[in-house]
Ligand binder design. Sequence first.
Ligand SMILES: Cc1ncc(COP(=O)(O)O)c(C=O)c1O
Length: 398
Amino acid sequence: MNYKPVIDFIRSLYPSRNFIPLHEPYFGGNEKKYVLDCIDSTYVSSVGKYVDLFEKMIQEFTGVKRAVATVNGTAALHIALLLAGVKPGDLVITQPLTFIATCNAISYCGADPVFVDIDRDTLGMSPEALEQWLSENVVIEGIEGREGLDGLASSTQLSQPVALYKWAKRPISACIPMHTFGHPCRIDRIIEICDRYHIPVVEDSAESIGSYYEGQHTGTFGKLGILSFNGNKTITTGGGGMVLTNDEELGKLAKHITTTAKKPHPWLFEHDMTGYNYRLPNINAAIGCAQMEMLPEMIRSKRDLAQRYQDYFLDLPEIEYITEPSNSISNYWLNCILLPDEQARNRFLQETNDQKVMTRPAWILMNQLKMFETALCGGLVTSMNIVARLVNIPSSIM
Ligand SMILES: Cc1ncc(COP(=O)(O)O)c(C=O)c1O
């Protein structure tokens, strides 16, 4: 197939551009005003009104009870896993098609990932693959003293039902589905399965602000969820993240542990557990507040772009455009197409990038990276098929 018409079409969406990036930030609102306000006030760092305001705006937008700002999405994931109860030596189930941060956060906890396959339509964790792996590999046993963070007074010593990888008796202490490229996965089924196995769900919704599954915002279904505000995301704070939870106690703990676990006091520095300096600076939160003011308009614009791609690719049977899954509203963070095979994908990547239209393949599957090549896996047929053919195409606001 000749890809020139596709390149011309993408160019027509961004007519004033020579180089067309994959996803660039959009600063069309109060960003400069709020940043200047931070500088004028001297509150540029870990204290200031914009952090609280940004958290509140995220709470209102997503409907979650508590949102806690962090320095980036990876830090938010690390904290979410600690709060879910992940401990060294545990196993955490996730999908192989994800960004490295998902697995890095598992490693930071001293745990190891288990990879189960994705669904063809959502590109996120397949509930059927999850159920199959659990039914073949897991027993549930009562274990004492598993709940809560180590060293926390509220840790219970009561016997808790824990899912164990039955061949090595290793606890499976969390499951992290990811809403890939902004498309919601079948999160309700995943939670229903994990509930049966007593496995807390931590949603990696780094890519899916403004995406909804059956009317509910992604990242608000599991015990905890996270968002990322990296420069390539739908909205950005330069760098930033957010922990989401509907559990007020966990929310309080998330704030405490991400702010060095300092007990509130006007001058004393007393810390009551191992805390992290994962605070989002006020100056970054200020940008976030300005971005949040524009988010509904930005999502509308991204969905308009997605509709134009969808209409265009309808007439090109050789290229499949991936649309939002049923029962979902997607933010279409990164638009995705599927080429017929790996060879066609590679040629498409080469020709588009040669023509200064930035496109890129999906991430290398996590189980193929050297850190995880001995990780436990279910069958990964769909992941392998998709990763060989998928290309992300320019997705900035037009
Ligand atoms: C799926 C996924 N998880 C986690 C992250 C981590 O976010 P950050 O880059 O803000 O650390 C990202 C994005 O970068 C991501 O795409």
